[in-house]
Structure formats: structure tokens, C-alpha cells
Design a protein around this ligand. Structure first.
Ligand SMILES: NC(=O)c1ccc[n+]([C@@H]2O[C@H](COP(=O)([O-])OP(=O)(O)OC[C@H]3O[C@@H](n4cnc5c(N)ncnc54)[C@H](O)[C@@H]3O)[C@@H](O)[C@H]2O)c1
Length: 254
């Protein structure tokens, strides 16, 4: 299978949160393979450093890793400023970091709820706010938020995560409206159940595989690369008149 090359992404600067593993790592590698200069933040430093070496060894621009907990907004703002200083103005922002820790309704206290919102929706807003001036100066940019199929199907044990992910969709629409006159596009990708290493390790049982086959129209598993291909298109100028939308990559589950 061949995949697209996007000349508009070459030499651009992208910033990815939660880029060390899972979908985020796929996004970092896919953007770098287009010649994009990528900075990413994460709390998993060993995985991040391995990814930097792997991408550079493949002959792509060496990503810039900045250790940062996205729940710490001043640290996130500092990482975005450091990216500007090192690589130049950011024209692609990928708000990807999240934590889908399982919680029973009865067990969620205020601290757990707030901690979940801090990692699943709050940083999206403050990262977009921080890059907006850089994108405006460039004459435009693309912000891509990661939502989740979980906000659209019947799932339990994720009340704060699902509420935050529903919020990501609303945030996408209002940011697109306010930033549109500056040619800053804001879109939301809704992945279905994607077979990252962590999902395969922690959650994909034979029963789960059966549920995927039953619920998806396309019965093959959704892989990280499938989501990355949508992300590249939304990042590139090929999608120049697309904003304020959700883009579902779920094999037809929703
Ligand atoms: N994998 C799926 O099936 C799936 C389905 C729907 C939506 N999504 C969404 O796609 C995105 C990526 O999913 P994933 O499965 O790769 O997630 P993941 O949990 O496997 O990886 C998230 C990354 O974010 C990092 N991270 C976690 N907390 C952080 C923090 N406080 N500060 C900085 N980095 C932090 C982790 O270290 C990790 O590298 C998320 O927004 C998720 O909600 C994933």
C-alpha cells in the first residue's frame, strides 16, 4: 500500500503532546517522514528518547523532545515557547496527550475528576491559546484535537474521560470559530478502538476482538497508521477549507 506525500508539510514545525508512545508516537514519526520538524512533550522519557533515535535513524528530521506534564500549564507554555526558539513558529498543533484510566462512578472524587480533566481536555485549550499568536504571524495553522469514540458509544468505567472527550469536540468548534479569521483551522479526530501496543497489552481480549468484528463495518482492526493518515491530511494545506469538524476513523463503528 502506498501513502500520500504532502509537500506543504515539508519544513513546517509541528508540536505534538503525548508523543512518546501510542498514537502520538505514530504522529511524530509520520510528520517527520513528511520532512516536518516535530517537537513533542511527554512524561515517558525513556520511550520518548527511543523514538527520537528511531526517527533520526530512519533519515527524517530529528524530533525535539521536551519532558513536560501537560497538566502543568506553565510548563506546557514554556515547552511551546522553547519550540518556537529552537525550531521556529509552530504551524501544526496536535493535542493528543490523554489518560483513559478506568474509574467506577462510585469511586470518583473531586481530585480524580479534576486530574482527569487536566490531562484529557484542559491542556488542549491552553496549547491552542499559546500557539495562536505564532500561527497568526505565519498567516495560518492547523490545530488537531484528539477526541474519542467513547463519547459516542455505550461505555462504562470512564465517566470523567468520556465527559472530557465530549468537551474536546465543543472546544474544537468554538476555537475554529474564533480563530478562523486568522486562517487557523481547528479539527477533531475521533479514533475508534485503535490497536496501540498499550491497548493490545491491557484491554484487547478475545471477547474485545469479537466486539470489534461485530461493531465495525470494516472488520479489520484500526491501526495507528490509519489515524496518522487522517492527521497528515488535516495538517496539510490539502484540507485548507476544512475546519470545525470531527473526522471519524473507526472502521464504521459509530
Ligand atoms: N487508542 C485508542 O483506541 C483511542 C481511542 C479513542 C481515542 N484515543 C485518543 O487518542 C489519543 C492517543 O491515544 P493513545 O491510545 O495513543 O493513548 P496512550 O495513553 O497510549 O498514550 C498517551 C501518551 O500521552 C502521554 N501522557 C499521558 N499523560 C501525560 C501527561 N500528563 N503529560 C504528558 N504526556 C502524557 C503518555 O505517556 C503517552 O505517551 C488520546 O487522546 C486518546 O484519548 C485513543
Amino acid at each position: 500500500m502506498t501513502s500520500a506525500v504532502y509537500p506543504s508539510l515539508r519544513d513546517r514545525v509541528a508540536f505534538v503532546s503525548g508523543g512518546a508512545t501510542g498514537l502520538g508516537a505514530e504522529f511524530v514519526a509520520a510528520l517527520a517522514a513528511q520532512g516536518t520538524r516535530v517537537a513533542f512533550v511527554d512524561i515517558d522519557e525513556p520511550a520518548a528518547r527511543r523514538l527520537v533515535e528511531d526517527v533520526a535513524a530512519a533519515g527524517h528530521p530529528r524530533p525535539l523532545f521536551l519532558p513536560c506534564d501537560v497538566a502543568d500549564i506553565p510548563a506546557l507554555q514554556q515547552a511551546i515557547a522553547a519550540t518556537h526558539d529552537e525550531l521556529g513558529p509552530i504551524s501544526v498543533l496536535v493535542n493528543n496527550a490523554a489518560n483513559d484510566r478506568r474509574q467506577r462512578v462510585a469511586d470518583v472524587d473531586v481530585a480524580a475528576w479534576d486530574a482527569s480533566f487536566a490531562v484529557n481536555v484542559r491542556h488542549h485549550f491552553f496549547a491552542a491559546q499559546a500557539v495562536a499568536a505564532q500561527m497568526r504571524a505565519l498567516g495560518g495553522g492547523s490545530v488537531i484535537n484528539l477526541g474519542s469514540i467513547s463519547a459516542h458509544i455505550d461505555l462504562v468505567d470512564l465517566p470523567s474521560y468520556i465527559t472530557a472527550k465530549a468537551g474536546v469536540e465543543g472546544l474544537t468548534r468554538t476555537l475554529a470559530r474564533e480563530l478562523g479569521p486568522d486562517r487557523i483551522r481547528v479539527n477533531c479526530i475521533i479514533p475508534g478502538w485503535v490497536m496501540t501496543e498499550r491497548q493490545l497489552r491491557d484491554w484487547v481480549t478475545p471477547e474485545a476482538e469479537e466486539s470489534i468484528r461485530r461493531n465495525q463495518c470494516l472488520t479489520e482492526p484500526v491501526m495507528p497508521v490509519d489515524v496518522a493518515r487522517m492527521l497528515l491530511w488535516l495538517a496539510a494545506d490539502d484540507s485548507r477549507m476544512c475546519t470545525a469538524q470531527t473526522w471519524v476513523v473507526d472502521g464504521g463503528w459509530m
